[in-house]
Design a protein. Structure first.
Length: 320
């Protein structure tokens, strides 16, 4: 059975292989730990037991980004020339794919990070353990929040201050706010469109469905666009839900996010896999939309595009 469940990390999508965990037997675990100790010992020898911060010549920033949304922000601030490395999942802008890679989002290569001698390491709260490990060598990660729209704006400002791009950061923040304010001003008929924000499920089925809940930037943008999230009462930011909960809440529209589909809003035309939900309004009225491209699940400057996409969906559903 093929499983395609979008993995949310830093509010961006991860393929499943970045979450694989190797189970070790007692013997193999011992070997693994020994190799890990040897590796760390080697690093201490290479970079010095004093754990001094790696030195670089001049005052030119050397930036490593540990998340796609951070990479996009650095480009938007015009600091890409100072970006020495990114993760394997930093694919936008296209030129970011040509940067040096430090590995996955959860398992970056510590040795390579140290070898590149960064002056600035930007990550998210999930990098706390990595930051402690790098601290032994005089490096630390500036961990930036990444859940809500306010986090997007504060991250832009924090990075701007850190790399002396304050003016560019404030300009970018103003641009984002301008678009969001314009979306807020759009008037729709009715009291709001009830919707489900589906960020992942098993391919071709309605199993293991994961939705965005309250406090996420997806939920905030949906509300700004004129929508009502039927799952914003859940305690977790992202939750796995069942068919019964959808039938009970009966959304007017279902919005799915699929980075593998063409960028933009695409309306679903084949409803066969949605037949278990044929009684809800969204399926009965054929109001299921796919937002393709990776931008929708990356909380960076392109949240402006997502806001417009969601507003267009609300407008289409409201007119029916």
């Amino acid at each position: 059975m093929t499983v395609k469940i979008q993995r949310i990390y830093a509010c961006s999508v991860l393929p499943d292989n970045d979450f694989q965990v190797q189970a070790f037997s007692g013997t193999r675990r011992g070997i693994f730990l020994k190799l890990r100790i040897i590796s760390l010992f080697t690093l201490f020898i290479i970079f010095g037991c004093k754990a001094d911060k790696p030195s670089v010549s001049g005052n030119v920033p050397r930036i490593i980004s540990l998340s796609p949304h951070i990479t996009e922000i650095i480009y938007a601030l015009g600091a890409e020339e100072n970006l020495v490395a990114v993760t394997d999942f930093c694919t936008y802008p296209e030129s970011a794919q040509k940067r040096e890679k430090v590995g996955g989002l959860l398992n970056p290569n510590t040795e390579k990070i140290l070898r590149l001698q960064p002056t600035h390491l930007f990550g998210v709260p999930a990098h706390e353990t990595l930051s402690r490990n790098l601290g032994e060598f005089g490096l630390s990660i500036q961990m930036l929040p990444n859940e809500a729209i306010g986090d997007v704006l504060s991250t832009i400002r924090s990075i701007g201050v850190s790399i002396h791009k304050e003016k560019q950061a404030e300009k970018l923040i103003q641009e984002v706010n301008t678009v969001i304010d314009s979306v807020k001003r759009i008037k729709h008929t009715g009291d709001g469109v009830t919707g489900m924000l589906l960020i992942g499920r098993e391919t071709g089925t309605l199993r293991n469905m994961m939705v965005a809940g309250k406090g996420t930037y997806l939920d905030e943008l949906w509300q700004i666009a004129g929508g009502i999230n039927i799952f914003n009462d859940l305690s977790a930011a992202y939750s796995t839900i069942n068919l019964e909960s959808i039938l009970y809440r009966n959304p007017q529209v279902i919005i799915t996010f699929d980075p593998g589909q063409p960028p933009g809003v695409n309306r679903v035309t084949d409803f066969r896999e949605w037949q278990p939900l044929q009684k809800i309004n969204a399926v009965a009225n054929k109001n299921i939309y796919v937002i393709g491209g990776g931008y929708a699940l990356i909380p960076g400057p392109r949240v402006t595009r997502l806001a417009k996409d969601l507003a267009s969906i609300v407008s289409q559903v409201s007119r029916k």
